[in-house]
Design a protein around this ligand. Structure first.
Ligand SMILES: C[S@@+](CC[C@H](N)C(=O)[O-])C[C@H]1O[C@@H](n2cnc3c(N)ncnc32)[C@H](O)[C@@H]1O
Length: 284
């Protein structure tokens, strides 16, 4: 498997399929679990936002949303185990995409809750096929097919970004940098959405938090780390351990034992009404 400069294997092919089957089959083998671990933190932040801002309806922008995974978990109450079962089952191999979509629409309809109706999920991703699936299935309310690492938002995309109350991500920062974050915020036209990003330890967050500080944000790093997935191979682990060691990061008891680990950075506007820092949720 090919790797990026950090040593992480490139899985781009699974993000570009017309439906999520390859995504879940591949990532199940690596025990990818960060969206599941992120879910209670996102839910808490949404509740804190609602409470302190005195609103019920919120719009969440998910950067690198892929097939709408965080939306499935946070807005529709699904679990990663359920999604692995749903899309990873062997008997689905011969099914056409249209059958999968119909099945998903029925499924989402059957689990519609008041919580879901008050939360709008907007997905941003550079993968058109993933976004198309998520919107057609009803997993996303709106989508931006864009790469703000390389392009400025169009007028239409600025309009889509303007209403974001919270900006979240799992497994995407590192692919995207301060360029995307600052372009998203510039499009928000003075509004400052709250942010929660789960970022692998090998991708420094300092540059992003520096830009956010200039824009009036305080950033807090949660005081625990989160297992993201198993290394895909011994080679990937060796290369990533080298990358971490070069940065002076101690990998003992963490990456040295076979897993990628992520950190959570929560950024809120400095002048917001005060409230509690992110609560600790036990690893399931
Ligand atoms: C590892 S996946 C994470 C997907 C999902 N958030 C999750 O945790 O399951 C990374 C996603 O980032 C997207 N991505 C990569 N580069 C991007 C860019 N420059 N702008 C937007 N999305 C990008 C990929 O298409 C892919 O869907």
């Amino acid at each position: 498997m090919q790797a990026d400069p950090s040593g992480k294997v490139l899985l781009d092919h699974i993000y570009l399929q017309p439906d999520p089957r390859a995504y879940f089959r591949t990532l199940r083998d690596f025990e990818y679990r960060i969206p599941q671990l992120a879910k209670p933190y996102f839910t808490d932040l949404i509740e804190e936002y609602r409470r302190t801002q005195g609103v019920t309806d919120v719009t969440v922008l998910d950067i690198g949303c892929s097939y709408g995974i965080n939306s499935a978990l946070v807005a529709h109450g699904a679990t990663m185990d359920e999604l692995y079962e749903r899309y990873g089952a062997e008997e689905l191999s011969g099914h056409p995409r249209s059958a999968l979509l119909a099945r998903d629409r029925d499924w989402l309809e059957s689990r519609s809750t008041p919580y879901e109706r008050d939360i709008r999920f907007v997905g941003l991703d550079s993968s058109g096929p993933a976004l198309t699936y998520a919107v057609e299935a009803g997993l996303l309310d709106d989508a931006l097919h864009a790469d703000f690492e390389n392009d400025e938002p169009t007028e239409r995309q600025r309009e889509q970004l303007t209403g974001a109350d919270l900006v979240i991500s799992t497994g995407c920062l590192g692919y995207v940098t301060e360029k995307t974050i600052t372009r998203v915020l510039a499009a928000c036209d003075g509004r400052r959405p709250w942010m929660a990003h789960f970022v692998l330890r090998m991708f420094p967050f300092d540059t992003i938090s520096g830009h956010l500080a200039e824009l009036g944000y305080d950033t807090v790093r949660a005081d625990r780390v989160f297992p993201q997935r198993r290394f895909a191979s011994a080679g990937e682990q060796t290369r990533v351990l080298e990358t971490l060691t070069e940065q002076g990061i101690d990998t003992q008891g963490l990456e040295a034992d076979g897993w990628f680990y992520a950190q959570l950075f929560v950024s809120r506007p400095r002048d917001r009404p005060r409230s509690q820092p992110p609560s600790a949720h036990p690893t399931p």
